[in-house]
Design a protein around this ligand. Structure first.
Ligand SMILES: [Zn+2]
Length: 116
C-alpha cells in the first residue's frame, strides 16, 4: 500500500512548532504516528477494490491486455511544507495526487460518464 507521506527523516526534535488544529477530516493521532509528520494531516484511508486494465507491448508490436485486481487507496492529506490539500488516489504502482479543485472536476466528470 502506498501512502502519500512526506519523504525524508522526521522526528519531534526537527519539527517546527506543531499546529495541533487538525481539519475535521484528519484521522492522525499526532505525536505518535510513525509515518506522518506532526504538522501534516491525513484522512482515513478509503480502500477501493478495483479491476485495472493494463496494456503492454507484445513482441509482434501489438498490445497485450491484462485485467488485474488491485486495491486503490484514496486519502485526503495536507503537507505543511506545501500549504495545500491533496487527494491521493493510487496503489504501489500508480499514483495521482490531485488538488481539491482537480478532484472535484474528476468527481463531476465521472458522475456524468457513469450516468450515461
Ligand atoms: Zn491532523
Amino acid at each position: 500500500m502506498f501512502l502519500p507521506f512526506r519523504e525524508g527523516p522526521m522526528s519531534l526534535v526537527e519539527s517546527s512548532p506543531v499546529d495541533l488544529a487538525c481539519p475535521e477530516w484528519c484521522a492522525v493521532n499526532h505525536g505518535t504516528h510513525e509515518l506522518v509528520a506532526d504538522d501534516d494531516h491525513q484522512s482515513d484511508i478509503h480502500t477501493v477494490a478495483a479491476l485495472l486494465r493494463h496494456l503492454a507491448p507484445a513482441p509482434d508490436g501489438s498490445l497485450i491486455q491484462r485485467t488485474v485486481a488491485s486495491d486503490i487507496d484514496v486519502v485526503r492529506h495536507h503537507d505543511a511544507t506545501h500549504d495545500q490539500e491533496w487527494i491521493f488516489i493510487g496503489n504501489d504502482e500508480q499514483q495521482l495526487d490531485l488538488s481539491l479543485e482537480s478532484a472535484r472536476h474528476l468527481h463531476h466528470v465521472l458522475g456524468r460518464l457513469l450516468r450515461r
